[in-house]
Design a protein around this ligand. Sequence first.
Ligand SMILES: [Fe+2]
Length: 733
Amino acid sequence: MTYDEEDMKRIQSSSSSSYCSTLWNNNIIIIMFCFLFMTLQQPKVIQSFTIHSTTAYLSKQGVELSLPSSTSLFVTQIDNNKNIETSIQNENENNSNDLKYWNIGPTFYNPNPTSPSSKLKSALSTNTHPIEDENELGKGVFLNIDWRKAWYTYPTTTSTKDETSTSAAGCDDDITIDDNTGYTEYTIDNIDGVVPNDLVGVLYRNGPGKFGVDGERVKHVLDADGLVLQITFPNNKNVEKDKEREFIFRSRFVQTKGLIEETNAKRFIYRGTFGTGPWSTLLSTPPKNGINADSWLDQQSIPCKVLSNAFNTNIKNTANTQIISFGGKLLALFEAGLPYELNPKTLETIGEFDMGGVLTKDKLPVKLGMEDAIPEQFMPSIIGGAAHTAHPNVCPDSGNLVGWHWSQIVVDKSLEVTFTEWSKEDFSPIAKSTFKVPNCELAPHDMALTKNCILLKVNALTMNQLPFLMGLKGPAASLEMDGQANVFVHVFPRPTAKEQFEPFVAEVPPCFSIHFSHAYEDEESGNIVSFFSGWPPSDSKDFLGAWGGFAPNFAVIPPTYYWKMVIDPRERKCVHLDVAPGSVNACAEHPLVHPNFTTTKAKYAYAVVSNLVGDASAPCGYAKLLVEDGDERKRKIGEINEDIDAYFFGTRFFAGEPLIVPKHEGDINNEEAAYLLGMIFDAVKDRAGVAIFDLERNLNEGPIATMWLKSSVPHGLHGCFAADQNGSSSVFC
Ligand SMILES: [Fe+2]
């Protein structure tokens, strides 16, 4: 790829203004390290982002804060003088059954812990749900003790020593799982409502599920090993007469190389992307508080960190991010490594998958960028690999899987990306093309796909590798961001596009993107329109390091909004960036549209929502957003957007990523002829379930069915819905 001179000037001028000289110096050191420790070089990948302050941006946009001065949103007056430091300190004490967690979880605009209302206190003391209706919900209220429980490892009969007294014990017919494999299998027979007969196929989901090893908890939930689960929805036509459909649940941990080695060693061996790592016993012995207790890694002294982790760049591929079904394969994905292939029926791990011969195993996703100058015999064999994104897309027009893999180029801090399209028939690669993205130190988490283009949005992030190499910080915590810098959208031709074009880059106002729901080439304007979840500008340089803890801490996570971005390809510039229509004040993540509309103009987008008041809090409901025709009136932070069709399960529930599943043999061109499926967690009964909404009704009418599981399932990340258990094409999020 050759960007034109104008593109390069824009990228380079922004880069030099946003990267401080210290970083340059560090990077010189880093390059030296890379030559000295070439085999140690590691990927620099992010999965999520943290911003500290959005207030200045909102004020520029004419949005005001309307929060009460000394109270949190809609809850009672603070009844003590605890500050957030005390709260964090308490979080690190190992007694999760203590009353100290009986407080309202902090939010971005209300970071101080507050006591619950008398109604919630009563619900806590009796372990019940408070009586509440939809009018009381959607305001960002959740309980700390509940949110922690959403991040527990499955309880098992043999690991009770790791469990606190508030562990997920579940209902009477709880089923435990195998400690080492995560395996369980049963029929789901506790169903509220009726599962519709035209919901046919297989639900798969992946996410962090094993939060440590031998009584030692990971430092950050996203470092946990992947737990995949499967629920089958058989076709009623194949069910014997006089019998009912049987919904089977299965789960397993992805048996990655790292999980197996650490299980056998009974300790952390690998470093995690988010700060987990080994503990050298030369200076001290780590306490084993339990995998459902706060991580001891926060107690590591600096000398211990250096001794434990310096120059250990063995990053674990936890295969915990996404799961896709395509071309006869079921794959568990992790964006800094190769996918793991699973048996689509049994979920048993088969091993690393080379994506139809496109990827090379046992190599790091790093290239020196000066291969021509170094004789092959002197090139370390470990260098020259690639990692595959966790967010490929299925094109609704061609049925192709469109994905990309990346290698970091050491010498010039660029990224080599290769886009590939695979056949759904046999996973064979149909076409691929390779480009170089200048000044890109971190692989983007997601991409946008249109009929002819692929968009990669490169956020303003740099990697300070020195603390990582010295063992002081994990790679994610070593990220530094410039939340006020413009960012760049790189537009590439799809490998199968009939008209190939020279890639170009468009400069975009500050805004971090996380997940794209859809994108399209607008026939009227000729513009490229895309929608994504992300964060507004921030003054903070801190990044991810403060995000972790036992569970995500919303005091430091800014509200995630849903954005609309328009690129004019003729002028090569961004002509619009703002919160998407119909979504003002919705703190929304995991946005998606009907899978047949991912590359066209969709009337509706769906998302899991935390609240409708513009604050950051735990996710607990679903929303339907009118992304083309919805109103764009700005609202004060704290003012609920009552125009959004949303459903909230209750203060003591949480909700995960939704999936949109077209009705079996329904009209694929009708966006509403589909179901929304979402994993939910009932913190009172310690049970997880799958809520099913009929999109031909309003969301706020509630789910038409909820399937309650017999085994607890942690909060999780991404999933898909496939037509069968044979590895057929996923219905993607
Ligand atoms: Fe993701």
